[in-house]
Design a protein around this ligand. Structure first.
Ligand SMILES: [Zn+2]
Length: 178
């Protein structure tokens, strides 16, 4: 199975479009991988489609992937389902926005990378940007989760003085008394 393309030439897109589907590999998204981790056995789905309709490119993708996030209260791993469906209009010109409904859009000029005569759409980066925006800002376990102990409390417990049972000076004092 071919991996999702990093870049797609816009010229090719306008005539052929682009469709891809396969497994979601967190390793393809380095910024996401810093925040989340992937479960080796979990089933994922990932589809991506780009089409040009009436002069507007549409990027649509959907991701469903059981991952792990880090709870910001206890700093333990917590299950996290990345489940997003995103549709984005890519415009040549701002004036095209007037025909859109509530749709999200981006200007092609802001995202394409020019290489000689090609205009390349960095789709992996664009998808990663959208997924990063969709993540919870402060992921936390459910409030009733008994295993979710705030790290501040743990830290306090660690700071309590440790009672030394075999204090060498205590042993010396005992010897002296004898
Ligand atoms: Zn927690």
């Amino acid at each position: 199975m071919k991996q999702l393309a990093n870049f797609i030439d816009l010229e090719k897109l306008s005539t052929q479009g682009y469709q891809w589907q396969g497994e979601f590999q967190l390793s393809q998204f380095p910024r996401l991988a810093e925040l989340l981790s992937q479960k080796a056995t979990a089933k994922t789905t990932f589809t991506c489609e780009i089409n040009k309709v009436s002069g507007i490119y549409w990027l649509e993708f959907s991701v469903k992937a059981p991952l792990e996030n880090q709870c910001q209260r206890c700093l333990q791993a917590m299950d996290f389902l990345l489940d997003e469906q995103i549709k984005l209009a890519l415009l040549e010109d701002k004036s095209q926005a007037s025909v859109l409904q509530e749709d999200d859009w981006l200007l092609l000029d802001d995202v394409v990378e020019r290489v000689k005569h090609e205009r390349r759409l960095p789709i992996l980066t664009m998808i990663e940007d959208e997924l990063l925006l969709a993540l919870p800002l402060v992921p936390k376990h459910d409030y009733n989760d008994k295993n979710c102990v705030p790290v501040e409390i743990l830290a306090d417990e660690e700071e309590e003085p440790i009672v030394e049972k075999n204090n060498p000076f205590a042993v010396l004092a005992e010897l002296k008394e004898k």
